[in-house]
Design a binder for this molecule. Structure first.
Ligand SMILES: [Zn+2]
Length: 133
């Protein structure tokens, strides 16, 4: 189900609400499968947010939202949208692969304690953050 904000954004982007709802449910299923495969126990919220595509050309993204009492991972998907009117990871396999990759980034960033300087130093050894994920 879409939140009020997602419904508003999808309407502005001139997208079919039922279609976006179905895509969101498939991303949620991909997360359930990925968390089982990775034995990852954290919760994750899936949100439709085409702004990540408009601002930084990311079709998906994983961000950490910190409340005083807990941290919540938010997985955002940005397609389809007005500029890019199709789901760019349409198949189940693509969604699972993307979800595994994004969670791997998160696990890797935790390993480096979100220290970008250390990640940059590590990258000089030809192992980039992308390659590790
Ligand atoms: Zn990546």
């Amino acid at each position: 189900m879409l939140s009020d904000l997602e419904t508003t954004i999808a309407t502005i982007e001139q997208q079919n609400l039922k279609l976006i709802t179905g895509i969101k449910e498939r991303w949620q299923r991909a997360f359930e499968e990925a968390s089982t495969l990775l034995k990852w126990n954290d919760q994750l919220i899936v949100e439709y947010n085409p702004a990540i595509w408009r601002i930084s050309r990311y079709p998906v993204g994983l961000r950490l939202f910190s409340y005083p009492w807990k941290n919540v991972c938010i997985f955002e998907f940005g397609t389809p949208n007005y500029a890019f009117p199709f789901d760019c990871f349409e198949s189940e396999e693509a969604k699972l692969g993307v979800m595994l990759h994004e969670i791997a980034h998160f696990i890797d960033d935790c390993y480096w304690d979100f220290d970008l300087r250390n990640v940059t130093i590590e990258s000089r050894n030809y192992v980039t953050r992308e390659q590790r994920a």
